[in-house]
Each structure stands twice: as C-alpha cells, then as structure tokens.
Design a protein around this ligand. Structure first.
Ligand code: FES
Length: 297
C-alpha cells in the first residue's frame, strides 16, 4: 500500500501540471486581463457589502466611477454597492451610505438634501433627476447612477458646471428695475397678476438637469439653453423692469444661439425637478421677439 500511493502521485502530478501549462498557454493576454478584472470586481463587491445570498432588503447601486488623477481609476467603470433598504430612502441617502460605509473616495455633490440647492442633479436609471428628491422605492432595481450627460466629468458623479454658469450669466440673471423703490427698506411692488405670470419661472434652482437633457445644447455649445432662457423669461416678463429693459432682454434672446435654436422637444420640461414649463416659456419669448420686430406702417 505504502509504495503505491507515491507512485500514483508521481503519475498524476506531472499530468496536472501539464494540463495547467496547456491552459495557460491557450490563455490570451485579453483572457488574463479579463480574469484579473473579474477578481478585482469580486473583491470590490465583497468590500461593497454584497450579500452571499440574494437579499431583498438590499438595494444594488451601480455607480459610475472615474478619477483622472489616480492611476488604475482613469478608465471609466461601474462599481456595485449593496445598501440596506430603508423606508423613505432617497438615491442621495443611498450614495451617502455607500460612501460612508464602503468607499470614502466615492465623490458626488450635495448640500440641502431637500431639492433646493440644485447640486445633486444626476442621471439616475436613464433620466435626469435630483438624488435627494428621488425615492429608491420608485425605481427599478438595480439603480444605475451616472453623472449628468453632455457635461465633462471631473470625478465620479461630479461634472464641470462652468459652461452652464457662463450661459446663465450671459442673460444677466438679476433684477434691473426701471425705477428705484420708495426708500432703502421699501419693496419693489408687483401686481398679483404679474407675480402669477412669472411664478413658475422663479422656481429654477440652477441644477442643470434641463441643459443636460437637451439635444440642441449637446450639439451647439453656444446655445443659451433652457435654464438661461427661462431666467431671461423671468425678468423679461417682470413689468417692474420696464419696456426698455424688456427690449434689451428680447434682443439677447432673438439671436442665432438664443430662443430660435429650440426645436420644441420638451425634454427639458420633462426632466425639470421643479416642474417649470420651460418649453412653454421659450415659445412665449419667441412670440415676444417676433412681436418686437414687427413693423406697422
Ligand atoms: Fe440640494 Fe438635492 S441636495 S437639491
């Protein structure tokens, strides 16, 4: 007995080694890279709280990752995070949980957590939404979270908003009344009807969701975009600014990259988290611009 066992081992070991070598030889560099990536992914999943068994109480977040400054993270990818499901949990809550419990390098913007500051507009399950306003329970699983499309990504879910702000500033987004108010503490009074007229346009929180959803803005970098045009509408329709200022504002709109670029696709209106009828406002400014240019003899 004792002499046969080593003999068997001597016969099988070289065979196993030969088979292993043959497999390695058949492996292409691509196969090896794929295997390494799978191993990395499994490691990341374990670190991200992946349950051993499917767990209905966990939400699977698939989060876009990209860091141009760290070697090994420059290639865009999606990371999985398993977050315990809680009643009333928003996408922003889930991201904060993932960052605090699994990966502190996960980067995204947020501030007010109540749909006021506009800093956490994201592309969630294929649509522009505010992370703090979007309930996990309203979404299909897995929840896919990406940065706003058509914007340069700075890191992970953070996009460069500079171009968006430039367009907003191009329309002079501040109140320029025709007449001074009665005194330092006097209000600039406005009629109820006029307030009602501009009410919805004042709701803008500069989140950039509308701009990101707009095909025209994606193809024309100079197009003012729905948010800036809505801001212009808010002041052009405010009677306290007077006719001269209205004319000036309409002239800014009535240009090649102004209101006329809008093709009435309604994508901005559909994604606006404050329900502003953006497309309607753009069309109204088009009509106002035409009326201003009409000459009566
Ligand atoms: Fe301010 Fe969502 S965190 S709008």
């Amino acid at each position: 007995m004792s002499t046969q066992v080593p003999e068997e081992q001597e016969q099988t070991e070289p065979d196993e080694q030969a088979a292993e070598t043959a497999v390695q030889q058949r492996e292409t560099p691509g196969d090896r890279r794929r295997a390494e990536r799978d191993a990395e992914r499994q490691e990341r999943q374990a670190a991200a709280g992946a349950p051993a068994e499917p767990d209905e109480d966990a939400v699977l977040l698939k989060v876009f990752r990209y860091d141009p400054e760290v070697e090994g993270k420059m290639e865009p990818r999606f990371d999985d995070f398993y977050v315990p499901r809680k009643k009333g949990m928003t996408v922003l809550d889930a991201l904060i949980y993932a960052r605090d419990h699994f990966d502190t390098t996960l980067t995204f913007r947020h501030s007010c957590r109540q749909a006021v500051c506009g800093s956490d507009a994201l592309f969630i399950n294929g649509r522009q939404r505010l992370g703090c306003q979007t309930q996990i329970s309203d979404l299909d699983d897995p929840v896919r979270v990406e940065p706003l499309p058509h914007q340069d990504v700075v890191k992970d879910l953070v996009v460069d908003m500079e171009h968006f702000y430039d367009q907003m500033h191009a329309v002079e987004p501040f109140f320029q009344p025709e007449e001074e108010s009665g005194g330092d503490l006097e209000e600039y009074r406005q009629t109820r009807e006029n307030r009602e007229k501009i009410k919805m346009s004042t709701r803008c929180i500069w989140c950039g969701a509308c701009m990101s959803s707009c095909n025209i803005a994606a193809g024309d970098n100079q197009y003012l975009g729905p948010a800036a045009i809505n801001k212009a509408y808010r002041f052009a329709m405010d009677k306290r600014e007077g006719e001269n200022m209205k004319e000036h504002r309409l002239n800014v709109m009535d240009q090649e990259h102004g209101v006329w670029r809008c093709q009435t696709q309604f994508s901005c209106t559909n994604v606006c988290p404050k329900d502003i009828p953006l497309t309607e406002h753009i069309q109204e400014l088009k009509r106002e611009a035409v009326k201003q240019n009409l000459k009566f003899w």
